[in-house]
Design a protein around this ligand. Structure first.
Ligand SMILES: Cc1ncc(COP(=O)(O)O)c(C=O)c1O
Length: 401
């Protein structure tokens, strides 16, 4: 069968509009397409391929587990799932883990847990969930409603209720919505899809204080910011604010689908047997790979390396900006960076992405005004240099029309 981009349109639901080229092979931070053209990968599959493509440790973890046991269902448990949960609890504030297959499902579990916890401890009046405008938490109907982008949640009929949105980095707007009816506040400790927005330290601290004041749970969605992406194992560790529930996915599997919700022993009690579940959650293949991902990433070399590589990106992007004057600022943390376009290029982030593909570079956007970079955490310095040279050519193309 000849596989072409045209065939995609004939057989796929049209909710995606992928690039014209079809990647067939990857190694580290390089990808090759059907014509053997090589690309530098600054996207990492939207902040997923935290160890690049086909990292030898992950390939061997998958092969080893693939020859032992693929799937069981949650009628039985399995060794990789228990080992991974033990590692996650040892490394974070959490005592208990629930496994899912994606970020949205981890968030769905977090939101359902928060509602159950509030019902158990405070009664059914305490059901309000507050999140933030521009936030993104996934595409299930509950998570897309909690996310703060109506463009994604409108048009599907009645939404789940008791969900409200405050303004990120504006404590007063949150305070105005909060009361003893608030059961949880959900936030990204670094907004990703919404434009790479870091919270101010005072804001995060204030959110924690308001949650404590109103007996509400604080849920950190670390689906994009977690597992070393910001240079800390989880972003909350660099903010000195501890959530009650944390969700993690994307980098956790390094490309193998897995999500997890982490919480404390007491809060976890509300998900009693039968209250929630998933056929594939805790799948041995996914957990075996994720365990290896954690082992490789949670080392001083990799986490310090993220900070060093962030600086290479910042220096390179600033140098490009000095020449072409396209960015208002470079923002984000670690290897979750955004080049925010200045007034002159408002709304044109996608043009930079398309020009980059033309120069054989994969990058991302975060909304209409930000070009986003979320490469492998172990991307070689030479690949950063080469990718930035390609990005400079793409910028020149956009600037020169
Ligand atoms: C912060 C955040 N939460 C949740 C999700 C949804 O994750 P998934 O696509 O794995 O369901 C994303 C995906 O971009 C995300 O960035």
């Amino acid at each position: 069968m000849k596989v072409t981009r045209e065939l995609f349109n004939e057989v796929m639901v049209p909710n995606y509009n992928p690039a014209a080229m079809i990647p067939v092979r990857g190694k580290g931070s390089r990808i090759w397409d059907q014509d053997n053209i090589e690309y530098v990968d600054f996207a990492g599959g939207i902040a997923v391929n935290a160890l690049g493509h086909c990292h030898p440790e992950l390939v061997s973890a998958l092969k080893e587990q693939g020859e032992k046991l693929w799937h069981l269902s949650n009628v039985f448990t399995n060794e990789p799932a228990i080992r991974l949960a033990k590692k996650l609890t040892d490394l974070t504030f959490a005592d208990r883990v629930y496994f899912a297959n994606s970020g949205a499902e981890a968030n769905e579990a977090a939101l359902k847990l928060a509602r159950r916890w509030a019902l158990d401890h405070h009664g059914e009046e305490k059901n309000q969930i507050i999140s933030f405008k521009q936030g993104f938490h996934g595409r299930t109907f509950f998570t897309v409603t909690v996310g703060g982008q109506p463009a994604y949640s409108d048009g599907f009929g009645p939404k789940p209720g008791a969900v409200e949105h405050a303004v990120y980095n504006d404590l007063a707007s949150l305070e105005a919505l909060m009361s003893d009816k608030t059961c949880a506040v959900m936030m990204e400790p670094l907004q990703g899809e919404g434009g790479i927005i870091s919270p101010t330290p005072e804001f995060v601290k204030g959110v924690r204080e308001l949650c404590d004041k109103h007996n509400a749970l604080l849920i950190f969605d670390e689906v994009q910011s977690g597992v070393g992406r910001t240079g800390d194992l989880y972003a909350y560790m660099g903010l000195n604010v501890t959530p009650d529930i944390l969700t993690t996915a994307k980098s956790l599997g390094g490309g193998f689908p897995i999500g997890a919700m982490l919480t404390t022993k007491d809060i976890a009690e509300s998900l009693k047997p039968g209250t929630h579940g998933s056929t594939y959650g805790g799948n041995p293949l996914a957990c075996a790979v994720a365990e290896r991902v954690l082992d490789v990433i949670n080392t001083p070399e990799v986490l310090e390396g993220v900070k060093h590589k962030e600086q290479l990106f910042r220096d390179g992007l600033n140098a490009i900006n000095e020449k072409y004057q396209v960015f208002a600022e470079i923002r984000g943390k670690g290897l979750l960076l955004g080049a925010a376009l200045n007034e002159k290029y408002q709304g044109r982030a996608r043009d930079f992405l398309v020009a980059s593909v033309g120069e054989h570079l994969m990058c991302l956007v975060a909304g209409a005004n930000v070009v986003r970079f979320a490469p492998s955490l172990v991307i070689p310095d030479e690949d950063i240099k080469e990718g930035l040279a390609r990005f400079e050519r793409a910028v020149a193309k956009v600037v020169n029309g």
